[in-house]
Design a protein. Sequence first.
Length: 239
Amino acid sequence: MFSHGVLRLSLRGVLLLALAAGCATSGDAPDMRGGASSGAIDVGNGPQGGNGTTDSGDGHGGGETCGNPEVHVIGVYEARGDHSGGTHPTGKAVVHVERTGPQVLVLSSYEPVNWKVTAVPNADIQYILALGYHAQSVEAPQGVEVKVLDYETRGAYSGCAYEYPDDDPHSGCETPQLLAEVKRLTGQEVSSFHGCYQATSFTLHADLSADSSCPAAPGGDYNLSGYVSQVCSASLIAR
């Protein structure tokens, strides 16, 4: 069995090799420091801190929100692990939203993913934004607009992220970079972030905590991590 430190080093090595391979097989390499597009997307401040866990505190009654709209980010590196070199099969991931009120859902993966989003009736998802290096696609609830910005098909790369806090600022998937880009694209503060290296399902609960298929194992990349903004945490605790 690998030690904790060796496992993290191995993961970082695999990630850096994957990033290098992806750039080598996809034409011109993207600028890893920022997205290729500029300006906010046509719907309307980064993280305000958080507790570094996926537990947001007390429950959400369903009527009040802590953003206009709230912005919730789900991030992974991949949904399946059998990719290498020029071979990038599309993974599948399901995201279920139990949070109600006006919100934007941002889905991010470096590897290609087909996201299927479901939601409770009062989840007012104004639009879904899918970000990635390789091609992303979304099956959205009826009537919900989908915007895709990936490098492979749109020439736009906004970065990738799958852990909070970001333990390695040189992994190629920097969480602060992605969240800053989400803020720029949406024109709104990020309300919550949840992610891990590999997963195929997430549930965003009404209280902004989350469950996922992220395997619980040594080496935090695989574990579900995240945060809820101070504004949302204070709002939840107040109720």
